[in-house]
Design a protein around this ligand. Structure first.
Ligand SMILES: [Zn+2]
Ligand SMILES: [Zn+2]
Length: 335
């Protein structure tokens, strides 16, 4: 099969490699669509420490089951599925308390074992989620990022009529925006430095979308502030705008050594809660349901698709910061 192989940090090429063969409890999925995520770029650049090289990246994907290992149950050949990339060990302290996303032996398809930027990918059948018939593979490849956003909401307090402030109107910020509306927000405001992204946030229902929260005239602050940018200026600004008794969520990925200034007095005196949210936890099936029921405007979320051989173009488009979700269609010939 053809696959994007990252040989070592900074060196990648599309090559012919052996087709995967499924062991017991595994399926082989023909990849029809796979999204590109910031983590994939970190893997290409050697900035995602758990990565073993060489590796085929790709963890946001959907396709059709074309082969099954011995004794596989629950799925059949021909099923169209999205695949939870999480590989939790099931034995450590965190797995035992139901928090597998913090697993001591954490792994994921496309991060620590070969992933979906290939014609075929081998996956545990237990990680496969059947897609509703009307959902395209491209939309199915949005399940993984959406399931991260759903987990983000799982660790937020929810109360009808809350005011939300979201930093970052990229793919994740726009998914959070749509979930906040679905969760009964009184208002959702979005901050981003990019005018095009702000325009999309407005189309998707943001009540306000500006380059700075100052312009929104809400001196009492917001009950829920979510950072989807990972940038320190946004994080510090966001922390200062949490309403008394409110919650700040760190959803965006900052550099591991980055530091932000907080006011311990405010956190004490205003009873501010700070929560983190990392990847997927028990949220994959609900993300399938949300997409299947049309709660998310999936078409607006996907702006580019490329063939596997056009990965270089896809990478340039990603780095230019234009558009939203960029996908590869490994079965398609290059233009
Ligand atoms: Zn991702
Ligand atoms: Zn574990």
């Amino acid at each position: 099969m053809r696959a994007l192989v990252v040989e070592k940090p900074g060196r990648f090429s599309v090559e012919t490699v052996p087709d995967p063969t499924p062991s017991a409890g595994e399926a082989v999925v023909r990849v029809d669509a796979v999204g590109i995520c910031g983590t994939d770029i970190h893997i290409v650049e050697g900035e995602f420490p758990p990565t073993p090289y060489p590796i085929i990246p790709g963890h946001e994907f959907a396709g059709e089951i074309v082969a099954l290992g011995a004794g596989s149950s629950g799925v059949r050949i021909g099923d169209r599925v999205a695949v939870d990339p999480s590989l939790f060990c099931g034995r450590c302290h965190y797995c035992a308390i139901g928090r597998g996303n913090l697993c001591e032996n954490w792994g994921a398809i496309g991060d620590t074992v070969d992933g979906a930027m290939a014609e075929y990918v081998k996956v545990p059948t237990a990680n496969c989620y059947r897609l509703p018939g009307h959902l395209s593979a491209a939309h199915g490849a949005l399940v993984e990022p959406l399931s991260c956003a759903v987990h983000g909401f799982d660790v937020l307090p929810r109360q009808l009529g809350s005011h939300y402030l979201i930093y970052g109107a990229g793919t994740m910020g726009l998914l959070m925006l749509q979930l906040a509306i679905a969760a009964g927000a009184a208002s959702v405001s979005v901050v981003d430095t990019n005018a095009d992204r702000l325009a999309v946030a407005r189309t998707l229902g943001a009540d306000a979308a500006t380059v700075a929260a100052d312009a929104m005239d809400r001196p009492e602050g917001w009950e829920i502030v979510i950072d989807c940018s990972g940038t320190i200026a946004a994080i510090e600004d966001g922390l200062s705008r949490v309403r008394r008794g409110g919650t700040y969520q760190q959803f965006g990925v900052a550099a591991a050594d980055a530091r932000a200034v907080i006011s311990p007095f405010r956190i004490y005196n205003d009873e501010i809660t700070i929560v983190g949210s990392m990847a997927v936890l028990h949220s994959f099936g609900r993300a399938v349901d949300l997409l299947g029921e049309g709660v998310i405007d999936a078409d607006t979320m996907i702006t580019h698709d490329f063939a596997l051989d056009e990965f270089g173009d896809a990478l340039r488009t990603f780095r230019a910061g234009t558009g939203r979700k960029i996908q590869l269609h490994p079965g398609r010939a290059a233009r």
